[in-house]
Design a protein around this ligand. Structure first.
Ligand SMILES: [Zn+2]
Length: 351
């Protein structure tokens, strides 16, 4: 239908013509007449449907196989699949073709670029995020940790905990021992021991990122007076605080959100946002590596305050015997037996 190769032959393009503002269309032919574009009815070429100077006609860009649309000043529309014909016509009248077809010619390179970008993004998520999370956690100021921890504690008190029913003298005794332990821990944090009835958290102990430590009545009762064992568990929690495991894990869990916020704004407000999102700490589970670090911290600190460094292994043995009833925070399945062996070996190393 077209004769784009011969610049002397007038270009004739067939397509459909839509009257102004109407969706119906009729078969039509687009021709040149002097410097004009003329649309005539397919069956009655003498009937002119639209006519305008070439420059006055708006031509849509060439995009793959999408039909070209030519809008005439009277708002009528000529539509055709004959891309080559339209391009030939525009060329003959000195109008430049759009850039889009030229980009399409570079498609292999474009695809390569897109693939490389996707790989880079995947790489950031796979390898970059844990590193970013660690950096961000190191940079998070104490004030943010305090605000976040206070928020988490308030949420837990509303939803999970009840007041402790431990006798006052028992609490005082444990507080005194804990104070000695805290004095030997990382001085960057302000430690406090808080007694609560655990409810569905049962026998448990955990630490919030600012050094707030919680010990449940159920765990105290489980220890049956073995204070060293309780202190070893709390020493393990102090290890999580000192190594910033909690906040690191929160950042890692927050994943993409954290990444975007850290890029978009300052680390402090990103941290605050993530940490104050309710009781995230409840669902927190540390990596095996973090647990091992905290276990070693317990052994070290127990030795420093002159208590039994192997006391943590006793606790794990109780958990081991209890099986599935183990407090969730400590059941890093599989491998309670492995942890017992590791703690005992590490404790012996230091002798
Ligand atoms: Zn732990």
């Amino acid at each position: 239908m077209t004769s784009a190769s011969d610049s002397l032959t007038p270009v004739v393009v067939s397509g459909f013509w839509h009257p102004p503002g109407a969706s119906r269309s009729e078969p039509a032919i687009l021709k040149e007449r002097n410097q004009d574009m003329v649309v005539v009815a397919d069956e009655y070429p003498s009937r002119i449907l639209s006519r305008a100077a070439v420059e006055a006609v708006a031509v849509s860009d060439r995009l793959a196989q999408i039909p070209r649309r030519l809008r005439f000043p009277d708002n009528s529309l000529f539509e055709t699949n004959d891309n080559d014909g339209i391009d030939a016509l525009l060329r003959r009248h000195g109008r430049r073709e759009s850039l889009v077809p030229r980009l399409e010619e570079f498609r292999p390179r474009l695809l390569l670029f897109v693939a490389a970008t996707l790989l880079l993004i995947a790489g950031i998520f796979r390898f970059g995020l844990p590193v970013l999370a660690d950096v961000a956690s190191d940079l998070t100021p104490q004030s943010v940790l305090r605000v976040a921890s206070r928020g988490s504690m308030a949420t837990l008190d509303q939803t999970v905990f009840q007041s402790s029913t431990l006798p006052a003298d028992e609490r005082r005794r444990l507080e005194t021992e804990f104070a000695a332990l805290a004095a030997a821990a990382d001085p960057a944090y302000t430690y406090s021991l808080n007694f609560r009835r655990g409810g569905r958290m049962e026998a448990n102990a955990f630490a919030l990122p600012d050094g707030t430590v919680v010990l449940t009545d159920e765990l105290v009762n489980l220890a049956k007076g073995d204070d060293d064992m309780l202190m070893a568990v709390l020493g393990h929690e102090l290890g999580h605080v000192a190594r910033r495991h909690g906040i690191k894990q929160l950042y890692r869990n927050a994943g993409a959100v954290a990444l975007i916020m850290m890029i978009a704004g300052d680390v402090g407000s990103a941290a605050e946002h993530i940490l104050t999102q309710g009781a995230a700490v409840l669902t927190l589970s540390y990596s095996r590596e973090a647990e091992n670090e905290a276990d070693r911290y317990s052994v070290d600190i127990m030795r420093r305050v002159g208590k039994d460094p192997e006391a943590l292994a006793r606790f794990f043995r109780i958990l081991y015997r209890r099986g599935d009833k183990s407090p969730q925070a400590f059941s890093t399945h599989p491998g309670t037996a492995d942890r017992i062996r590791a703690v005992e070996a590490y404790a012996r190393e230091g002798r």
